[in-house]
Unconditional design. Structure first.
Length: 152
């Protein structure tokens, strides 16, 4: 179960990142060019929001069955001194929750805005900050915490 969840979490990450980058770029373009917020913009934002929440749910399941997290929970004092255990038990999950919370708040605020330029601006700001937090918190293979995990 753990391996399947880990692979699913990694695959959904790429879909979510592509959607998030597209949303950020499109919202920046819409904000700066003062164009109309179209139904395709609304769908892109919605799919980005859905995939980010699906990713968070898979992450929560993974957190519950992860042997690394279980090891950290057995001795949190020692885990806080170990960079890898601390990353997976505390840092990764907290930063990801904050990032997806920002994306959700940005979507909600944009829905309440009637001016299309302001709508694009809110989406851009919140989704961009969420994207940055996500990129910082992913255990990339070139980092110590992601060494040996691969790109997928």
């Amino acid at each position: 179960m753990y391996t399947g969840l880990l692979h699913t979490h990694s695959l959904v990450r790429w879909i979510m990142l592509i959607l998030l980058i597209l949303t950020v770029l499109r919202s920046y373009n819409g904000w700066k060019s003062k164009r109309t917020f179209t139904p395709s913009d609304k769908k892109l934002v919605l799919f980005t929001l859905i995939f980010s929440h699906v990713q968070l749910l898979i992450g929560f399941l993974l957190y519950m069955v992860s042997p690394t997290v279980k090891s950290a929970m057995n001795d949190m004092g020692a885990a806080m001194k170990d960079k890898m255990l601390r990353f997976y038990a505390v840092e990764h999950i907290i930063i990801m929750i904050i990032a997806i919370l920002l994306i959700t708040i940005g979507n909600a605020m944009a829905k309440r805005t009637t001016n299309d330029s302001d709508r694009f601006k809110k989406i851009f700001i919140y989704f961009f900050i969420g994207l940055l937090l996500i990129l910082v918190s992913i255990p990339w293979p070139f980092q110590m915490v992601g060494a040996g995990r691969g790109w997928f």
